[in-house]
Ligand binder design. Sequence first.
Ligand code: ATP
Length: 304
Amino acid sequence: MEEPWIIETRRLSYTFAKASEQTLFDINLQVPRGSVYCFVGPNGAGKTTTLRLLLGLLRSQAGSIRIFGRDFFADRRKILSQIGSFIEQPSLYEHLTGRQNLEVYRLTYGRERSRIEEVLKITDILDAGNKLVRAYSLGMKQRLSIALALLNDPEVLILDEPTNGLDPQGIVDMRVLIQELSGTYGKTILLSSHLLSEVEKVATHFGVLRGGKLQFQGTKSELMIRRSQNTVLRLETADVQKAMSALQERFETICLDETFVLVKHIAREQVPELTRHLVASGVGIYNIGLVHENFEETFFHLTT
Ligand SMILES: Nc1ncnc2c1ncn2[C@@H]1O[C@H](COP(=O)(O)OP(=O)(O)OP(=O)(O)O)[C@@H](O)[C@H]1O
């Protein structure tokens, strides 16, 4: 029987040689075949370290990795030939054209020449194929890196922060490309991001990492359910400090910025009493209301 997970880790842990603390703790990653699995977490959470372990770029120390249902360490070369990736900065030859960059890698894979045109087309940089890479925008470089990753027609793509550094239009374009790679070309995509809002539209599954620990893993709807359980009260006020001290004793509050306060775990029935209390404490209220947390806030809760 085919395993449901195309990538699966069990108790994957890692400590860098010179680090004082462990980086990854017992990560049980389960990436379903055909998914767009977004691995999200703040900077330094351990996303890149995990992806590097999956690609054999770091020597695994503890735990197991299975990819395509096979033990990674027993079958590493074969497994890696079916994974396309870009991790950290794309390594491109700036003095060569896009096509020439692809040609270098095509030869190492032994693929037919027509594959270059195909991947340029898929990533929508066909017109820029004869331009020197040094004249490419960051978005075009990211696309070319994805074109390189696609050369060998891999079943799985692993992309580390593909939206990093892109302008808003570049982020939208990258999303469209990821959706196409998944929908039209059937790739399973594992990508990392430190911004949930940038990837929530493309994700089918999420893994939320914080401090080297997997805090949440599940489908987008499971994350939505978690969201619906987390109704919060959002207060816009003239005096955040005053509001915080009025509420802190009785409610769990978070100061969002200089005008907004979030009150967690609050029932609708408690709102009138809370409002009276604020008014009695002399807090100026601009706006008050119950809201379902958005993804960013859910993420905030899962990672704080
Ligand atoms: N070569 C290294 N030696 C020692 N510590 C390292 C090394 N590389 C990463 N780290 C540490 O491991 C932790 C996880 O880093 P990692 O790059 O995996 O996080 P990340 O979630 O990918 O964050 P970012 O989005 O900033 O890349 C961080 O505390 C980082 O400082």
